[in-house]
Ligand binder design. Structure first.
Ligand SMILES: [Fe+2]
Ligand SMILES: [Fe+2]
Length: 148
């Protein structure tokens, strides 16, 4: 379903900008994590992790709800997009859940930090990075070309 109106063009541009921002924030999180792994627990990298993880959660939630309400809802009714739309919405829920789990893990790690907890934290952050980047690719290479 192609939309040629300027509203849709700017909506997709906004969504793409959000994607770039989210990927950059995830990279900042991974860099801080890498430094903690290399140099040990330290307050400044922990602050980066905490702040970025908190802002990422609200940004992703706002972004994905906006995407669902402004774009996915318009495609939902067409049979040919049903599978893609259902997958994207399910991935949004998984992202929210994982980011919530991550916030809880961060709280635990802040109180008591050892190598095992750091390894767990790292696995979780890497799996979130993978999930979000695959999701973004699915949108930018499969979803957006369908509408513009
Ligand atoms: Fe999305
Ligand atoms: Fe998106």
């Amino acid at each position: 379903m192609k939309f040629t109106n300027s509203g849709m063009i700017s909506l997709i541009e906004k969504l793409k900008d959000d994607h770039t921002k989210v990927i950059n924030e995830l990279k900042i999180i991974l860099d801080a994590l890498f430094r903690i792994q290399k140099n040990g627990y330290n307050d400044s990298d922990m602050k980066i992790l905490r702040d970025k993880i908190n802002s990422l959660y609200s940004e992703i939630k706002t972004h994905s709800l906006y995407e669902e309400n402004e774009l996915l809802i318009k495609l939902k009714t067409e049979v040919k997009y049903k599978r893609l739309v259902t997958t994207l919405i399910a991935e949004h829920r998984i992202m929210w859940d994982k980011l919530e789990i991550l916030s809880n893990e961060m709280d635990k790690y802040s109180k008591k930090h050892d190598d095992d907890q750091l390894a767990e934290l790292k696995l979780l952050i890497e799996s979130i990075y993978e999930l979000i980047s695959k999701h973004i690719n699915r949108e930018e290479y499969k979803l957006f070309p369908e509408v513009l």
